[in-house]
Design a protein around this ligand. Structure first.
Ligand SMILES: Nc1ncnc2c1ncn2[C@@H]1O[C@H](COP(=O)(O)OP(=O)(O)OP(=O)(O)O)[C@@H](O)[C@H]1O
Ligand SMILES: [Mg+2]
Length: 264
C-alpha cells in the first residue's frame, strides 16, 4: 500500500441473492482528499460503505482501510474512523449533550474537551440551542448535524458519511464543508456518498460515479467532463449521461406529460 492511500478498494463485489449490489468497484481515497461516491438510488453506495466498515463481507475483491482489512481489524478501524449512517439516529431518547457524553465515554475521551468541542461545532452550524433538547424532537437537518458532530469528536483519520448533507440548509452545508476542509488540511480523508450532484461538485476533490454496482466514471469534475466526449455541460448532464439516464429521463418526462394531458 502506498502511504498516502487511506482507503483502497479493488474489484469489490457484493451480491444479495441475484442482486449484484456492488459489481467490481475499484477506487482509492488519498490522504487529504474529499472523495465522493455519486450515484442514483440503488447504485450500491451504501453497500460499498458498509463493506468498508466491516459491516458486510464481500463476495470478492480486496479492500484496505488505513492499511487494514475491515473484516479482520474492525475494532482498530472503528477507533480511527468516524461514520455517519444514512439511517436516522438511533439514540432518539437522548439529548445531543447525552449523546456526546456517551461518545466520550465509549471512545475514552476527556468529557470536558468533548463538551467544549461539541458546543463549538453546534454553534457553528446554528444548533447550540438544541444541546439539551431530545434528539427525537429535532428536525431532520438538525439530527444530521448532531450525527456529523458525534462522528468527528474523536478527531478520526477518516470520515465516512453516507448521504449526510441531503437535509441541510445552504448555510449549514457551507459550515460542514469548512469542517471537512479543516479535517483534510490536518491530513484526514473524507469519503461520502450522495445522489445530489451539486453537493458532490461543491465538496469533492474527486468523484466516483456509481451506477448498477459499477464505477462508470472517476476523477475531478474536469476529468469527468473530458470523459463525456469533451462536450462540456454541467455535472448533472455528465452524471445523467454516464449513468445512461439522460434518455430515460426524457422518456419518463414525455410519458408524464402525455398522461397528464389525457387526464384532463
Ligand atoms: N440487505 C440487503 N438485502 C438485499 N438487497 C439489498 C440489501 N442491501 C442493499 N440491497 C440492494 O442492493 C442495491 C444497492 O443498494 P444500496 O443501498 O447500496 O444503494 P445506494 O446507492 O445506497 O442507494 P440510495 O441512494 O437509495 O441510498 C439495491 O438494489 C438494494 O435493493
Ligand atoms: Mg444509500
Amino acid at each position: 500500500m502506498l502511504d498516502n492511500f487511506m482507503i483502497e478498494v479493488n474489484n469489490l463485489k457484493k451480491y444479495f441473492g441475484d442482486v449484484k449490489a456492488v459489481n467490481g468497484i475499484s477506487f482509492e481515497v488519498k490522504k487529504g482528499e474529499v472523495f465522493g461516491l455519486l450515484g442514483p438510488n440503488g447504485a450500491g453506495k451504501t453497500t460499498t460503505i458498509k463493506l468498508l466498515l466491516g459491516l458486510l463481507e464481500p463476495n470478492e475483491g480486496d479492500m484496505k482501510v488505513l492499511g487494514l482489512d475491515p473484516n479482520k481489524n474492525e475494532i482498530e478501524i472503528k477507533s480511527r474512523l468516524g461514520y455517519v449512517s444514512e439511517e436516522p439516529l438511533i439514540f432518539k431518547s437522548l439529548t445531543p449533550k447525552d449523546l456526546f457524553n456517551l461518545v466520550a465515554s465509549i471512545r475514552g475521551l476527556d468529557p470536558e474537551y468533548v463538551s467544549n468541542r461539541a458546543q463549538i461545532y453546534l454553534e457553528s452550524v446554528g444548533a447550540l440551542e438544541y444541546y439539551e433538547q431530545l434528539i427525537a424532537t429535532l428536525s431532520h437537518g438538525n439530527k444530521q448535524k448532531i450525527q456529523v458532530i458525534a462522528a468527528i469528536l474523536h478527531d478520526p483519520e477518516i470520515l465516512i458519511l453516507d448521504e449526510p448533507l441531503s437535509g441541510l440548509d445552504a448555510k449549514s452545508v457551507r459550515v460542514i464543508k469548512e469542517i471537512l476542509e479543516l479535517h483534510t488540511e490536518r491530513g484526514g480523508a473524507v469519503l461520502f456518498s450522495t445522489h445530489i450532484m451539486e453537493i458532490a461538485q461543491e465538496l469533492c476533490d474527486r468523484i466516483g460515479i456509481i451506477n448498477n454496482g459499477k464505477m462508470v466514471g472517476i476523477g475531478t469534475i474536469e476529468e469527468l467532463r473530458s470523459q463525456v466526449d469533451q462536450m462540456g455541460g454541467n455535472l448533472e448532464d455528465i452524471f445523467l449521461r454516464l449513468t445512461e439516464q439522460d434518455t430515460s429521463v426524457n422518456e419518463i418526462i414525455k410519458k408524464l406529460r402525455k398522461s397528464f394531458k389525457k387526464g384532463n
